[in-house]
Ligand binder design. Structure first.
Ligand SMILES: C[S@@+](CC[C@H](N)C(=O)[O-])C[C@H]1O[C@@H](n2cnc3c(N)ncnc32)[C@H](O)[C@@H]1O
Length: 191
């Protein structure tokens, strides 16, 4: 199995805000999944976080990877960057690309072991993703929310709406148990 340091050496060249510590936890979650587990990532951009699953799969772990992004809402040409990345390094890795908004995914994806929510950061967007996807995660599965704890230079939350909505859906009375916050990334285990 590829090591975290090996994945990071590759991933660190891909633009994006994901920190090394956050990527390390993502890596640990992925390598801990059962073979054949389903991973869904909402919000791919250049492929910084997605490159972790893709490298682990390339190194031989069977994974059912779904990557969801319309690649249109962002300003730069992230779509061609991501395609070039796939063409150059991951052509032999099986995964499914959903070139659409998370609410428009037409394939029936169930039994998700790892759901990574990093798409629309608006209050409505994060709520739509929680509503539409959290119930599709397996018991014992994990959801990861990026930018949950992201901060402005003055220490205030950059996306208070993410924390508010996630706290609401994954509160202590729910089926979710916190796995803590690493940099800006929150993770919850489904009971
Ligand atoms: C913060 S970036 C994702 C960063 C990425 N995970 C990384 O590792 O760098 C947000 C991405 O979400 C996508 N996005 C925005 N709204 C979305 C939606 N409703 N469904 C899926 N993706 C969405 C944008 O196109 C953008 O590429």
């Amino acid at each position: 199995m590829i090591s975290f340091n090996e994945t990071y050496e590759f991933t660190d060249d891909i633009p994006g805000c994901y920190s090394e510590t956050e990527l390390r936890r993502l890596y640990e979650l992925v390598v801990g999944l059962p073979d054949g587990a389903t991973i869904v990532e909402i919000g791919v951009l250049y492929g910084r976080s997605a490159s972790i699953y893709l490298q682990v799969a390339k190194s031989g772990k069977p994974l059912n990877i779904h990557l969801v992004d319309p690649w249109a809402v962002s300003e730069s040409d992230t779509y061609s960057y991501f395609h070039d990345l796939i063409d150059r390094y991951f052509r032999d890795v099986p995964f499914t690309m959903h070139n659409c908004l998370s609410e428009d995914v037409s394939v029936d994806i169930r039994e998700i072991s790892l759901l990574h929510v990093d798409g629309d950061h608006s209050p409505e967007g994060i709520e739509t993703d929680c509503d539409g996807w959290l119930h599709l995660v397996n018991v014992d599965g994990v959801v990861v929310f990026h930018d949950y704890g992201a901060k402005n230079p003055d220490g205030s939350l950059l996306y208070p709406q993410i924390k508010a909505v996630v706290d609401d859906y994954c509160s202590v009375e729910s089926d979710w148990m916190t796995m803590g916050v690493v940099d800006s990334q929150a993770a919850y285990h489904k009971l």
